[in-house]
Design a protein around this ligand. Sequence first.
Ligand code: HPA
Ligand code: MG
Length: 226
Amino acid sequence: MADDLTIQTGGKDGGIVINDDWPGYSLELFNYPKHYSGDLECVYIPHGVIMDRTERLARNIMGDLGDHDIVVLCVLKAGYQFCADLVERIKALSRNSDHTLPMSVNFIRLKSYVNDQSTEDLHIVGAEDLSFLTGKNVLIVEAIVDTGKTMKTLLKHVEAFRPKMIKVAGLLVKRVPNSSGCLPDYVGFEIPNRFVVGYALDYNEYFRDLNHICVISESGKLKYKV
Ligand code: HPA
Ligand code: MG
């Protein structure tokens, strides 16, 4: 590891904590696509709350990194929505303040989940040559961190290209018993150990077209099982 490479885990703000007893909001209180009726248990984090929290994360990131050039590395597929919204808000802040954060955006793809279970083999696609990260300030943007194993593997992979700095933004951090302790620097929400979908998070590729973050129902799991 290069001397000037700093990796910080455990940001100063661990995210909005959603407790284990949070029942979510009744589905009747919100709009969601009719094709998912019966497939969801509740609205866990409404879209508007995600957007408001993202706006604050953008401000924190600007405060820490403003005036450095950054390379955003979006972890697909689930990270696309959070990354797009986060970048949009950083852009808005850049337009409206003396600080400015020149950004380039790149994408890599990871896949490790089948049904609601994590598989051992982690596939990194599109990350063969990350040499454009050398000497750069890198912001990895992920939708969800649970065991932290994916994040650890990814950090190791990215470190090999010797960036100047690596920061990680994760929209969700799941409280799981087998956590590696590897946490993002910027966390949107800390959530219980439940399988959530929506806002680009999927269950076998379904539910990415849902704007709220919701808990999938047992019948939903059965319906889309592979
Ligand atoms: N939902 C969708 N994808 C995931 C989750 C989840 O709760 N945890 C890890 N990948
Ligand atoms: Mg997935």
